[in-house]
Ligand binder design. Structure first.
Ligand SMILES: Cc1ncc(COP(=O)(O)O)c(C=O)c1O
Length: 365
């Protein structure tokens, strides 16, 4: 990104050579990211990647842009990120029917309900779009997206998935998932904040949410930023070049953190460990402790954890994900999340466990 910024690139839509150079960088980044995500980049049936400002915008573009011309209900799961749930709520407030899929106690979205609604769709109770995330940001639990996409495809219903947490953390293939649209963002894999994308399957129609420019086929107008696109591309290809090594590192550190906490605070509750999980996420609860007090105490000890999705963590509302799993209220109240990266060290794990050993008894007192 530094190199690209130093090149003082022009507007990629300008016709002069500085503009054409900038265009080339943006388009190379677009093609490379699409390819790394398993999208089709060649031939008549190429998929498409729209650059956006991040996951929130991509999710909103999917929810509103895919349904504008399609009648019927929007189906979301109860454990979606606030950027999907908020968009669905807004659509509901403006007259769209919204239905919510429950999840089970292991944090996995129930597809029986979806199958029943799809059967009704075939009998005249239309569904416009189904949106189920690929893995949950709080528990890390993978969701049965490919299965849901099959159910939707057989009925001609559009399917979107929020894959923000999966890119760079686990193998992912857009074509194999067989969804119509997929959300990604750069900052979840050490890339720049301020750029994300919406992958669109060949032929899928999306209506724009912004107007007045011809960039990106007019579907997401506005001047593209070559340094952000280049930074996004770099982090995606770096992650792809050593994905399985990164996965192994993250899994080892997450499991070590989980086991060490269990050994020293045996009445902690690990959430989602009975399901297939992302390698870097640890959702853990300390009944009898208030999550916000715990987050504050850890922060003072120099350790960053989270009490929900970052977008909701300013609020004192309990996690909608843990509530949807129908966990014991004390588990919901004391639930926090740690995320490790491939760079997390043994010393950092040890420091975290020691801090918890000191803090938890104090807070319980
Ligand atoms: C699952 C999920 N979706 C969407 C987002 C929003 O992405 P962004 O921060 O790029 O808007 C996040 C970010 O925390 C996320 O975890």
């Amino acid at each position: 990104m530094h190199e690209l910024l130093q090149m003082r690139l022009a507007n990629p839509s300008s016709q002069h050579s500085a503009g054409r150079k900038a265009r080339q960088i943006v388009e190379q980044a677009r093609e490379s990211i699409l390819k790394h995500c398993g999208g089709r980049t060649r031939g008549m049936a190429s998929d498409h990647l729209l650059f956006t400002s991040g996951g929130t915008e991509s999710n909103n573009l999917a929810i509103f842009g895919l349904t504008e011309m399609v009648p019927g209900a929007i189906v979301v799961s109860a454990i979606e990120h606030p950027s999907v749930l908020g968009a669905a709520e807004f659509a509901a407030a403006h007259g769209r029917e919204v239905r919510t899929l429950p999840c089970d106690g292991n944090g996995v979205v129930c597809l029986e309900r979806l199958s029943a609604w799809i059967a009704e769709h075939k009998q005249g109770k239309p569904i416009a779009l189904v949106s189920i995330m690929l893995a949950n940001n709080e528990t890390g639990v993978y969701q049965p997206v490919a299965e849901a996409a099959q159910i939707c495809r057989n009925a001609g219903v559009l399917m979107h998935t929020d894959a923000v947490q999966v890119l760079g953390k686990s193998p992912m293939n857009f074509e194999a998932l067989d969804v119509d649209a997929l959300t990604i963002t750069a900052h979840k894999l050490h890339g720049p904040v301020g750029i994300g994308g919406l992958l669109l399957r060949h032929g899928v129609q999306v209506s724009p949410r912004a107007f007045g420019g011809f960039q990106q086929l007019g579907l997401r107008p506005g001047t593209e930023m070559p340094a952000l696109a280049g930074g996004f591309e770099t982090c995606v290809s770096l992650a792809a070049s050593c994905l399985m090594d990164r996965v192994a590192c993250m899994q080892r550190q997450r499991n070590s953190l989980q086991q060490s906490i269990r050994d020293s605070i045996p009445d902690c509750v690990v959430v989602g460990d009975t399901s297939d999980r992302l390698p870097h996420t640890l959702s853990i609860s300390f009944p009898g402790v208030e999550r916000q007090a715990l987050q504050l105490a850890l922060d003072m000890a120099g350790i960053a954890c989270s009490t929900g999705s970052a977008c909701a963590s300013g609020s004192s509302q309990p996690s909608h994900v843990l509530l949807a799993m129908h966990l014991n209220p004390a588990v919901v109240r004391g639930g926090i999340r740690f995320s490790v990266s491939a760079d997390t060290t043994d010393a950092e794990i040890e420091e975290t466990v020691q801090a918890l050993q000191a803090i938890i008894p104090q807070l319980r007192k």
